[in-house]
Design a protein around this ligand. Structure first.
Ligand code: PLP
Length: 400
């Protein structure tokens, strides 16, 4: 009997990650001689933002130590790193789980919660990975609305809760909008979650990247009645995505359910033997136990670049965008005009046409559950941003 595609699991169809699905089209554009601008990936290292030297040196020193060549005795993570994370999260070390990037932590939490048919509430727009992971486990990604300034609409969250809702996800600062949710919205979400007995997953991977002296409201303050899992890592705040170190920290008052969750997460750690590699755990230890002095240089640069980008976007007829308050993305609304819609039936057509014609790679809003927009990183130097947006304007205004 010949093999057929029915031998593969249907869930593999859920494995869609828009920021990378464009890669073959980038390669095709490169082959056609276009100058490639990878504004599709949130990789600060690709734009010259180096991880702080003490973090790199810690990884280099670890490579020379024989003790880091063995399996870690603790699947939870290197005990020194676990203690450092516990201290910054203000939880007991048995509530900490080191992961292979936060990506791995997101997979663990969703895998721990979702039975087929369950739903998880996601903001609109939402970082692409969540939709894919929820579907992969047979769940339903249910979206809640955000207001015009991208602040979550808490009334909509409450409306969307069903018997099968397991959790509310928040991403703060947000990818793809760069918005920082207010204290009030966070407090309200925690109150709703505790009333409906839902878990809150707070993705805080950008939480040190707030512009203009602002800070991200601390969701842990409201965790007393609620089961809260915070996810973080060194990819963004410490500009070291190649290290692949993230973590989960479980918060909230002691309960049977909390203990069960911690047991499940630890079992998940056991079946992957060790979390991310030992050397990079030493890098993360150096990151979490030293001041984040790199931010004094990097934050003004990020803010300047994001302001330049939004300014350039607003100069294009019909484009709309709100200034990001943090992180390193802008989420730009495409024109509503008939003329634009005649040329580009979907946001994906626009994004794929753009990379083909200009080599500028971005991501369609539908890849973040919000059609009609596109996301770009704000990481390039101002001149490169200006040049790219002048090419985007020519592309949009081109007679066809
Ligand atoms: N969460 C958000 C909101 C992200 O934007 C990203 C990466 O872009 C991740 C998680 C994954 O981070 P990591 O590199 O730690 O896997």
């Amino acid at each position: 009997m010949p093999m057929t595609s029915s031998m593969f699991a249907k869930r593999t169809g859920a494995l869609v990650y828009a920021p990378r699905a464009i890669s073959p089209f980038i390669e095709a554009a490169a082959k056609a001689g276009r100058k490639i601008r990878r504004f599709n990936l949130g990789d600060p290292a690709a734009f010259g933002f180096a991880a702080p030297p003490h973090i790199i040196e810690a990884a280099q020193a670890a490579l020379k130590e024989q003790k880091h060549q063995r399996y870690l005795v603790s699947s939870r993570g290197d005990p020194c790193l676990v203690d450092a994370i516990a201290a910054r999260e203000k939880v007991h070390p048995d509530s900490v789980f080191v992961t292979n990037g936060l990506t791995d932590g997101i997979d663990m939490v969703i895998g721990a919660l979702v039975n087929p048919g369950d739903n998880i509430l996601l903001p609109t727009p939402c970082y692409s990975l969540y939709e894919s992971k929820v579907k992969f486990y047979g769940g339903i990604p249910k979206t809640y609305a955000c207001h015009e300034n991208w602040e979550p609409d808490t009334k909509d969250i409450e409306r969307k809760i069903t018997r099968r809702t397991k959790a509310i996800v928040i991403v703060n600062p947000n990818n793809p909008t760069g918005a920082i949710y207010s204290r009030h919205a966070i407090m309200k979400i925690m109150e709703i979650a505790s009333r409906h007995r839902l878990l809150v997953f707070a993705d805080l991977i950008y939480d040190q990247l707030a512009f203009n002296g602002a800070s991200v409201p601390d969701i842990r303050e409201f965790a007393s009645d609620c089961l809260l899992v915070c996810g973080n890592g060194i990819s963004k705040n410490y500009f070291f995505p190649g290290a692949r170190v993230g973590y989960l920290a479980v918060h909230g008052k002691e309960s049977k359910v909390k203990n069960e969750l911690k047991k499940i997460l630890l079992d998940m750690c056991f079946v992957r033997l060790s979390p991310t590699n030992a050397y990079m755990q030493q890098a993360a230890l150096a990151a979490f136990t030293n001041p984040s002095s790199h931010l004094a240089t990097y934050l003004p640069l990020l803010e300047q670049r994001s302001n330049t980008l939004v300014q350039c976007a607003l100069e294009i007829d019909g484009f709309k965008a709100i200034r990001p308050q943090g992180a390193f993305y802008s989420f730009i609304k495409l024109p509503d005009s008939k003329e634009f819609k005649r040329r580009f039936k979907t946001d994906k057509e626009f994004v794929y046409g753009l990379v083909e014609q200009t080599g500028i790679a971005t991501v369609q809003g539908s890849g973040f559950l919000k059609p009609g927009y596109f996301r770009t990183v704000n990481l390039a130097p101002p001149d490169e941003i200006k040049q790219a947006f002048s090419e985007i304007r020519d592309f949009v205004q081109k007679e066809v």
